[in-house]
Design a binder for this molecule. Structure first.
Ligand code: UT7
Length: 332
């Protein structure tokens, strides 16, 4: 019998500190109106500067919730996949830090550096490992702490207002029934410079210096309109590709869980796919863009409120830095 992989549980965690659009005005020239109109965001969660947490700390909380729901002990995990662009430290990866925090001794842990598509790259990797018989139970985490690395002055406003901190997790298990029906992944490094944090940089000696800091090259840089233009083209394209690979039509999809980069991007995509917006999960209003965490957080909330139930067929879509993008179709 062919072994398939399916998502059996999910969890999420965000810091308890809420930063509203109005709060941002104390540091930068912006407005609630601008942020809501251009992005849909009303608030985001940021770690507390006096008690900062790393990506693996938020990841641990999300993972613990997912493990509880699955009824797994940490010892049951065959592989940890950790997607983040904001690892706790330069190296080793946050997956190793999470592995230790879970009380594990030698369970393998692998970091995935694919930004907003990180969870989808992780899902494809988990599916492949399980199908190949290399693992039966995989913990996949997407977690970000953006707030400790943002330029909160007016210089950084076009980027800073969109990002939030958070983590989402999923337990993925070998199953005789198909769960992950198909995944499709893409990357286009030609556009790496359109959305990046450059320093510390191994191609630079030393990796970071006073001049780089003065120029803000340790903060994220984004050519927003370029990213937007590519996202609204690539997301419908990969949706068609992954639906065909899964051999399902859009009518078979109960709900779409897209990456939460900008509410306007998701509205564009819904229109391009001729989907009523009620069939698209959006929670960017409350969390901002949590990058690798946004898809698993949206998935968790949609499972919690019953929009995703046993038997639901779900289309996942993501696009971001790299550029990277991808899609997945899963049955629950
Ligand atoms: O998840 C990773 C993938 N990321 C994305 O998918 C992001 C895609 N891009 C976007 O979502 C949008 O490009 C943004 C929301 C980032 C920006 O929206 P935009 O409509 O593309 O604005 P813009 O960058 O073209 O800037 C328009 C104006 C500029 O002023 P001028 O030059 O027209 O006078 C900016 O200086 O808005 C100004 N501006 C702001 N004003 C108030 C930029 N940021 C802000 C701000 N508050 N926070």
């Amino acid at each position: 019998m062919t072994t398939c992989a399916r998502i059996v549980s999910t969890g999420m965690a965000v810091p308890d500190r809420i930063v509203t659009n109005e709060d941002l005005r104390q540091w930068m020239d912006t407005s609630d109106e601008w942020i809501r109109q251009r992005t849909g965001i009303e608030q985001r969660h940021w770690v507390r500067p006096d008690e900062p947490e790393g990506a693996s700390d938020l990841g641990l909380r999300a993972a613990t919730a997912a493990l509880d729901e699955a009824g797994w002990d940490a010892q049951d995990i065959d592989l940890i996949l950790f997607a983040t662009l904001s690892p706790d430290i330069e190296f080793p990866g946050s997956g190793c830090l999470l592995q230790h925090k879970l009380g594990l001794e030698t369970t393998p842990a692998m970091d995935i550096r694919n930004q907003c598509s990180g969870f989808l790259y992780g899902l494809a990797t988990a599916d492949a490992w399980i199908r190949a018989g290399m693992a039966r139970r995989i913990l996949l985490v997407g977690a970000e702490v953006h707030s400790t690395g943002l330029d909160i002055s007016t210089r950084g406003r076009a980027v800073t207002v969109i990002f939030g901190d958070g983590a989402g997790a999923a337990c993925i298990e070998a199953s005789p029934e198909p769960g992950i029906l198909a995944t499709r992944l893409h990357a286009q490094g030609e556009f790496a410079g359109c959305l990046m944090t450059e320093a510390p940089a191994s191609r630079h000696w030393p990796r970071i210096d006073a001049q780089m800091i003065a120029e803000g090259r340790h903060f994220p840089h984004m050519e927003g309109p370029t990213v937007f233009k590519h996202a609204v083209r690539r997301l419908p394209e990969v949706a068609a590709e992954v639906l065909e690979a899964a051999n399902v039509s859009l009518d078979d999809i109960d709900i779409v869980v897209p990456h939460q980069a900008n509410l306007r991007i998701n509205q564009f995509v819904a229109r391009a796919l001729k989907l009523d917006e009620s069939r698209v999960v959006n929670n960017i209003q409350r969390y901002g863009n949590t990058t690798a965490a946004s898809i698993p957080i949206a998935l968790h909330e949609a499972r919690q409120d019953g929009r995703i139930a046993p038997g639901s067929t779900v289309l996942f879509l993501g696009f971001g830095a790299g550029f990277t993008w991808g899609g997945a179709v899963c049955r629950f």
